[in-house]
Design a protein around this ligand. Structure first.
Ligand code: AP5
Length: 218
C-alpha cells in the first residue's frame, strides 16, 4: 500500500537555523530538502532569468514576488524525487504562499503535516548571520558555532566558502523586519491549523536536531 507523502514546513526568522536543520532531518526522515533560497541561488549561479529577477529582490532583503515563488515550488514538488514528501525551508513566507501550498498539497494528495517554528531572539540572529559561511552546494557553516575543519574550505569537497551578499548587517536588519511584517502571521495560521510546534532554536545545533526529530517522529 502506498503511504501518503509527508510535508514539513520549517518556520522561523532569517538565521534561526532552518537550513542547517532541514538538511539533517530530511536525510534522517528520507524526505527531500526543498529550500526556496537555495533554488533562487542555484538559478542565479546558472544566470537564468529567474535567478536574475530573484537577485534584485534578495540583495535588497525583500521577498521575491509570490507568483514567481509559488510557480517554482509547484514545479519542484511535482518532481519524482519529492514523491515521499519534502522538508520545506523558507516557504511559505506569506499568507498567500501558505494558502497556495495548501491547495497544491491537496492536489498532490497530501497536506502540511508539521510546522516546527524555530524561535530565536533578534540579537542572536544577527550574530549568526554575520558569521555564516556557505559552500556553493548549499552547506552551511558558522565561523564560531559550526566551523569547517579548515578555515574557509568546505569539509566535503574542499571548495572555497563564501559569505552571502544578503548577510551584510544593513540587509540582515531589513530581512528581519520583512520577516516580522510578512512571514510572522504564519505562526497564527499554522497554530489555528493545529500543526505548529515551537522549538527552542537557541540551543546547540545537535540539541535542536534532537528536538525536531522527536516531534517529527511522534
Ligand atoms: P533564505 O535563503 O531562505 O534565507 P532566510 O530565510 O533569510 O534564512 P537563512 O538562510 O538566512 O537562515 P536559516 O534559518 O536557514 O539559518 P541557517 O541554518 O543558515 O532566503 C534568502 C532570500 O531569498 C530571501 O530574503 C528572499 O529574498 C528570497 N526568498 C527565499 N524564499 C522565499 C519565499 N518563499 N518567498 C519570497 N522570497 C523568498 O543558520 C544561520 C547561521 O547560524 C549559520 O551560520 C549556522 O551555522 C548557524 N547556526 C544554525 N543553528 C545554530 C545553533 N543552534 N547554534 C549556533 N549557530 C547556529
Amino acid at each position: 500500500m502506498n503511504e501518503r507523502a509527508t510535508y514539513i514546513v520549517m518556520l522561523g526568522p532569517p538565521g534561526a537555523g532552518k537550513g542547517t536543520q532541514a538538511k539533517v532531518i530530511a536525510e534522517e526522515l528520507g524526505l527531500m530538502h526543498v529550500s526556496t533560497g537555495d533554488l533562487f541561488r542555484e538559478n542565479l549561479s546558472r544566470e537564468t532569468e529567474l535567478g536574475k529577477l530573484a537577485a534584485s529582490y534578495m540583495n535588497a532583503g525583500e521577498l521575491v514576488p509570490d507568483d514567481v515563488t509559488i510557480a517554482m515550488v509547484e514545479e519542484r514538488l511535482g518532481r519524482e524525487d519529492c514523491v515521499k514528501g519534502a522538508i520545506l525551508d523558507g516557504f511559505p513566507r506569506t499568507p498567500a504562499q501558505a494558502e497556495a501550498l495548501d491547495e497544491l498539497l491537496t492536489r498532490l494528495g497530501g497536506k502540511v503535516d508539521l510546522v516546527p517554528f524555530i524561535k530565536v531572539p533578534n540579537e542572536v540572529l544577527i550574530e549568526r548571520l554575520s558569521g555564516r559561511w556557505m559552500s556553493r552546494s548549499g552547506r552551511v557553516y558558522h565561523a564560531l558555532y559550526n566551523p569547517p575543519k579548515v578555515k574557509w574550505l568546505d569539509d566535503e569537497d574542499g571548495s572555497e566558502l563564501y559569505q552571502r551578499d544578503d548577510d551584510k548587517p544593513e540587509t540582515v536588519a531589513h530581512r528581519i523586519n520583512v520577516y516580522y511584517e510578512q512571514t510572522s502571521p504564519l505562526i497564527d495560521y499554522y497554530q489555528k491549523a493545529g500543526t505548529l510546534v515551537e522549538i527552542d532554536g537557541t540551543q546547540d545545533i545537535e540539541v535542536v536536531t534532537k528536538d525536531l526529530l522527536k516531534v517529527a517522529k511522534a
